[in-house]
Write a protein that binds this ligand. Structure first.
Ligand SMILES: Nc1ncnc2c1ncn2[C@@H]1O[C@H](COP(=O)(O)OP(=O)(O)OP(=O)(O)O)[C@@H](O)[C@H]1O
Ligand SMILES: [Mg+2]
Length: 239
């Protein structure tokens, strides 16, 4: 098992009211799963992603990544683990402005202490992978939304993370660019990557193999799609 949240909560105190953004969530994600998260606005989807990806700390419960209890980690250890094991794709792309595709993509490698030569080699390969070699020296302002998201995906993948989290990755894109992004994610899943993606759109969620639905900070349903039975190999005719 790759990721396990055990009775995880995230509560905010706003004056006299306690907001239970996440309320006692227990869930396990296996290696290679493609999970879609849905639910109404304010139901805790983004909070779940932030807590599960260690961007935010929970107020209760434990989170195990590869059997390590990351809630025991301090800020620095968490940041290191996140850089190594987690890729995050945001609705707003979150690229560094006035920074080239190459430099945006190689940023996690700089933090990881990879040599400059290796940074370049790996970044160029990843940029080619998302089809943006012809935009390698352009900044985000010179790219379309779909292209910016592809840069963000290359950046999320560059350290070969164990899990990719995506919070409405197609939310700011027209349907054609959205389809391109989903094609990329589907291919990553086929290669064996683990993906956890929030979306408002059923058509987007349909690409995933498992659907978790949130309501008021709780998981109200968790269903795995039945995979189509593979056609059995032809047997040699038996006597
Ligand atoms: N920093 C914060 N302080 C107080 N309350 C917060 C904070 N962040 C989130 N919340 C509250 O937690 C709840 C869950 O928010 P969250 O952003 O996870 O929802 P969501 O399901 O992602 O919604 P959306 O679909 O609109 O993105 C909401 O009621 C929100 O107002
Ligand atoms: Mg959200």
């Amino acid at each position: 098992m790759l990721l396990r949240l055990n009775s995880v909560s995230k509560h905010y105190q706003l004056g006299d009211t306690k907001i239970r953004a996440l309320d006692d969530i227990t869930v396990e994600i296996e290696r290679g799963e493609f999970v879609a998260i849905m639910g109404p606005s304010g139901s805790g989807k983004s909070t779940f992603l932030q807590v599960a990806s260690m961007l935010a700390t929970p107020t209760g419960g434990e989170i195990y990544l590869k059997d390590i209890d990351v809630t025991q980690y301090n800020e620095v250890e968490r940041a290191q683990l996140r850089n190594k094991e987690i890729g995050f794709i945001f609705q707003q792309f979150n690229l560094l402005a006035k920074t080239s595709t190459l430099d945006n993509v190689r940023l996690p490698l700089i933090y990881a202490g990879v040599s400059e030569r290796e940074q370049k080699r790996r970044s160029i390969a990843m940029i080619e992978r998302v089809g943006l070699l012809d935009r390698i020296n352009n900044g985000p302002a010179q790219l379309s939304g779909g292209q910016q998201q592809r840069v963000a995906i290359a950046r999320a993948l560059i350290n070969e993370p164990a899990i990719i989290f995506a919070d409405e990755p197609t939310g700011n894109l027209d349907s054609k660019s959205g389809d391109e992004i989903m094609k990329l994610l589907v291919n990553l899943h086929k290669e064996g990557k683990t993906i956890i993606m929030v979306t408002h759109e059923t058509e987007i969620a349909d690409f995933a193999q498992r659907l978790i639905t949130f309501h008021d900070g709780e998981i109200i349903s968790d269903t795995k799609k039945r995979t189509k039975k593979k056609t059995p190999k032809k047997r040699k005719a038996s006597k």
